[in-house]
Write a protein of this length. Structure first.
Length: 108
């Protein structure tokens, strides 16, 4: 019984749609109105993802330099084929990128 409770609690913490070690291309963007209704600034550490629930926190690591940032999913996108996440300017700056970057997404 104890193992079932622990497994159930663990399952709640893992956001669906993000496999550990998901790798792809991220881009940067700046929107002031988000799908979640939250007003954000370009300096916020937020992101857009196609399928993750709004409000989910994930870790994004820049594979070029190893720097990482924790972001909150507040918007939908990216809508460009081949990209897995759009990062706000603040999040992209935190991991040392000025444009497109190869990143790894993981649970936080």
């Amino acid at each position: 019984m104890r193992a079932i409770i622990v497994m159930a609690a663990f399952a709640i913490l893992i956001p669906e749609g993000v496999a550990a070690g998901q790798i792809g291309i991220a881009s940067r963007y700046c929107h002031h109105n988000s799908a979640s209704g939250r007003k954000v600034t370009c300096r916020s550490k937020v992101a857009a993802h196609r399928t993750l629930p709004l409000g989910t926190h994930i870790k994004v690591r820049n594979l070029a330099n190893g720097r990482s940032v924790i972001v909150t999913i507040v918007d939908r996108g990216p809508f460009v084929k081949g990209r897995i996440i759009d990062l706000s300017e603040g999040a992209a700056n935190a991991i040392g990128s000025s444009d497109l970057m190869r990143v790894e997404l993981s649970r936080y």
